[in-house]
Design a protein around this ligand. Structure first.
Ligand code: AMP
Ligand code: FE
Ligand code: FE
Ligand code: ZN
Length: 289
């Protein structure tokens, strides 16, 4: 059985202010250094903008960095978050495709604000965009803007009253299919990992996702109990999936910063890197054939 998550040195699920986290890349890396992490991956939602500055800060701090993103996808009616690790962050096709989803996110902000206005909550879209100041804004930014404008007392209240599914300002988000997300990650040289499966409780879609190329599963996550982690370790063994883990730290937006609270053993990082090397070697031989 794998080493316990708490004994490791890697946190592979982190957000910055390039999506819905509060830390800058430099603040994130300073926290990683304080936590004595040896490896970090940045997994902002639908963007890789934060990767280059995080990589630079990691190099200065002597921390190993893995590029990443967290794509929102859909499979059989389930919302599935797919982590892409080791992607080439300059891949033009990848940037073009996630650009479409960034545009979807921006339009969705306008729609959420319009629905708030219809129920006499006078928030302005520009206030949300100014606060978010990133290409991949989401509901957490609307929540923060509502708090900032004094229209609700807390982020929780914003979600409970307005933003949760089936609340008045909830707007569904157009999602790519899980297989397209996996393919996009592969085409960009990365490996695809199902994020926090214990939150979505969508185990029945795992076999089909493995069929369409899923490489790994996030067994260790802040919201997984030890029993949940164990459950997904067994699934990983059954389907020969890579094992990953991370805190899903969003900085200071959700209480105490979570970075370093989930620590993946380095042996799993090595297996992830070996899969990435295999994928690169395969794509080189493909192009030279
Ligand atoms: P979006 O991608 O715009 O639908 O926003 C999803 C993000 O909102 C998640 O990644 C969480 O960070 C956050 N979130 C979702 N539900 C809640 C909630 N009930 N309270 C606080 N944050 C939430
Ligand atoms: Fe988030
Ligand atoms: Fe997620
Ligand atoms: Zn996340």
């Amino acid at each position: 059985m794998s080493a316990p998550a708490a004994n490791g040195c890697a946190d592979l699920h982190l957000h910055t202010y390039f999506s819905d986290g509060t830390y800058s890349p430099e603040e994130l890396v300073a926290q990683a250094h304080r936590q004595e992490l040896r490896v970090v991956a940045l997994t902002d939602h639908d963007t890789v903008e934060g990767c280059a500055p995080t990589e630079n800060a990691c190099a200065a701090a002597g921390i190993e960095f893995i590029t990443g993103t967290e794509l929102t996808a859909e499979k059989d009616g389930h919302e599935i978050h797919i982590l892409g690790y080791g992607i080439d962050i300059q891949n033009a096709n990848f940037l073009g495709e996630i650009g479409k989803f960034q545009a979807v996110r921006q339009n969705r902000i306008r729609e959420m604000v319009q629905r708030l206005n219809e129920i006499n909550v006078p928030l302005q879209a520009e206030a949300v965009f100014a606060l978010a100041n990133c290409r991949a804004p989401g509901r957490p930014h609307v929540a923060r803007a509502l708090v900032q404008a004094g229209l609700v007392g807390s982020l929780d209240e914003a979600f409970e009253r307005f933003l949760k599914k089936n609340r008045p300002a909830w707007v569904p988000k157009f999602k790519m299919s899980a297989s397209n997300a996996t393919e996009l990650i592969h085409q960009s040289g990365g490996v695809a990992v199902m994020a926090h499966p214990g939150l979505n409780r969508s185990d029945e879609v795992i076999p089909a996702m493995v069929e369409t190329g899923l490489d790994g599963i996030e067994c260790f996550h802040t919201k997984h109990t030890a029993a949940t982690a164990e459950h997904y370790l067994q699934i990983a063994a059954r389907f020969q999936l890579l094992i990953t883990g991370g805190s899903d730290c969003h900085g200071l937006s959700k209480g105490r910063p979570l970075i370093g609270s989930v620590r993946l053993a380095y042996e799993h990082v090595e297996k992830l890197k070996a899969r990435l090397a295999q994928r690169r070697a395969a794509s080189v031989s493909h192009f030279s054939a």
